[in-house]
Write a protein that binds this ligand. Structure first.
Ligand SMILES: Cc1ncc(C[n+]2csc(CCOP(=O)(O)OP(=O)(O)O)c2C)c(N)n1
Length: 548
């Protein structure tokens, strides 16, 4: 059937079960958006800045495991989106990004807005291309979508020239086929992995989001318990296991290689699953592992295996299936002595578990304690609270797969739009996004979109009037260089002017409350959870950004 490419691509998206197009429009997308008005099954979610659109798409893709459709306007829109696309790429979010351009026929004119869109998109996407022929518009879109959906998943980009979309299109609509990667290595290799991991006295397991992507949480815990191995999070921004498990020793973070080296330097056997070693800003450029350590790495992402440090055995395979097979081999391979030692290590960690939630009596803790008491068990959390994240994790730890998400890739501003994407994916759940006064301001206008489209996520701004993480990091910088502590750089200070988050939120039509002291906490939490509309709390966590 012949119809314009504009209509054909919308029908393709609908055939692929895509319900939302997140975007910000421009003239070169006018034909497409005009055609969209004829289709009820694909809703345009208007954002007022591209960073917001990517952030919502990212949250939606993460919460559904399905591709999110992102529409950008030419080079200027793509330019605004780059930082957030970077974080989506680092986090392996399947985002199908499209951007309009005036047309192939104008290519030689170098006119207003002309830019090499594909070159711009390449470093922040898994695949970037441009359609140039009306006979291959859907073919190319399906290829891009397939690549976005094939692990390791990631954002992809397709430039759509207006004249190609205006032309008649006769392509068939067929759903995109994405291949299955539920693969297990040859049995001899799994057996070899089991052999390498047995007999260890100090085994360590390193886990990242590849576990959650594969749904391998149960299998991961089973293997770690069989080995009696401490587990550390590496590039950990989803629930890869219940973090209250006694073997879980925390997330190694994204800043300093010394933290990771300390965790692994004594390990004689290391199992790495769904992550890489190591993702810090300042990684250890030596070899953090013991020279005789036996290292097994399971990942669907071949690029990440032995990327920086050699491994003994790398297996490009699905974590869930492979861990399941590994566990079965370990049952036979582990000696009685191994099993007793593993169980003793597990018992010892169990005995160390805190009996009470750490609480310093601060407003932040009081608020989180009350919130934890009032939220439903299946609350979904997006954590971009940065220096408040430790307190958040103490009161509302990530326990259920798919119910806790955190920032990844380092681009600030994901907290508010990320929570909105999750709420769109799970409209019946309570979804709360935590962010800082700094982080929130990169994407605060997302609140407009929340009101316009009735996205009832809740937002908490942990407002310490500072870029506190930068204060903390420069403390370390000074320590490492023997520089005496002195006043923090003034660009890290947000105390003046004092941002009025409740008023700004109200300006977007979102009800909001400012919470200054303990006496307001109970009512504020009750009010926030009272309905299913967007609501924001400006939580004044410390006085004057700790600057006095
Ligand atoms: C887009 C972007 N710009 C700048 C930074 C650098 N940066 C990292 S942490 C940080 C401060 C964040 O402050 P806030 O969100 O208030 O949280 P806090 O550190 O106070 O807990 C900044 C500016 C970044 N990561 N991303």
């Amino acid at each position: 059937m012949a119809r314009q490419g504009n209509a054909a691509i919308i029908e393709q998206f609908i055939a692929d079960g895509i319900p939302f197009m997140f975007g910000n429009p421009g003239t070169v997308e006018q034909g497409l958006l005009d055609a969209l008005e004829d289709y009820g099954d694909l809703q345009y979610i208007l954002t007022l800045q591209e960073t917001v659109a990517v952030g919502i798409a990212d949250g939606y893709a993460r919460a559904t495991g399905r591709p999110a459709l992102l529409q950008l306007h030419s080079g200027v829109g793509l330019g605004n989106a780059i930082g957030m696309l970077y974080q989506a790429k680092r986090g392996h979010s399947p985002i199908l990004t499209i951007a309009g351009e005036s047309g192939v026929r104008y290519e030689s004119m170098d006119a207003q807005m002309a830019v090499d869109l594909v070159a711009m998109a390449k470093p922040v996407t898994k695949y970037a291309t441009r359609v140039t022929d009306p006979r291959s518009v859907l073919r190319v879109l399906r290829r891009a979508m397939k690549l976005a959906m094939t692990p390791p998943m990631g954002p992809v980009f397709v430039a759509l020239p207006l004249d190609v979309l205006d032309a008649l299109n006769t392509e068939q609509i067929v759903p995109t086929s994405a291949p299955s990667t539920r693969s297990v290595p040859a049995d001899t290799l799994v057996e070899q992995a089991a052999r390498l991991l047995t007999g260890a006295e100090r085994p360590v397991v390193l886990v990242g989001d590849g576990v959650s992507a594969s749904g391998a949480q149960e299998e991961l815990v089973r293997v770690a318990e069989q080995l009696g191995a401490d587990i550390y999070g590496v590039n950990y921004s989803e629930v890869n296991l219940d973090v209250t498990h006694p073997l879980y020793q925390g997330d190694l973070g994204h800043m300093f290689g010394a933290v990771s080296t300390a965790a692994v330097k004594d390990a004689d056997a290391v199992l790495i699953v769904g992550t890489y070693t190591f993702p810090e800003v300042f990684p250890d450029t030596g070899d953090p592992f013991r020279a005789d350590a036996r290292i097994v790495h399971i990942d669907l992402d071949d690029y990440e295996i032995a990327k920086n440090h050699p491994v003994t055995l790398g297996l490009v395979a699905d974590p869930k299936e492979t861990l399941s097979a590994l566990s079965a081999h370990l049952v036979h391979k582990l000696s009685e002595l191994d099993q007793v030692a593993a169980s003793e290590r597990l018992q010892a960690r169990r005995a160390e578990l805190p009996t009470e939630v750490a609480d310093d009596g601060s407003l932040l803790h009081a608020f989180l304690r009350e919130l934890a008491a009032q939220v439903p068990d299946d609350v979904m959390i997006f954590d971009e609270a940065l220096t408040a994240s430790g307190a958040l994790a103490a009161h509302l730890p990530g326990r259920r797969p798919g119910h806790w998400f955190s920032t990844r890739g380092g681009s600030l501003g994901v907290g508010i739009p990320g929570a909105m994407g999750i709420k769109l994916a799970h409209p019946d759940k309570t979804v709360i996004g935590f962010t800082g006064d700094g982080g929130s301001m990169y994407t605060f206008q997302a609140l407009y979109t929340a009101v316009r489209h009735g996205i009832g996520a809740k937002f908490v701004v942990c407002n310490n009037r500072s870029y506190k993480l930068l204060d903390n990091n420069i403390d370390q910088y000074w320590r490492e260089r023997d520089v005496a502590p002195h006043a923090y750089p003034t660009p890290f200070d947000l105390s003046h002017p004092d941002l009025g988050f409740a008023q700004i939120a109200e300006g977007f039509g979102v009800e909001a409350l400012r919470v200054d002291d303990h006496s307001q906490v109970d009512q504020a939490v009750k009010r926030m959870l009272a309905d299913d509309k967007p609501f924001l709390i400006d939580l004044r966590t410390t006085e004057g950004g700790d600057r006095g």
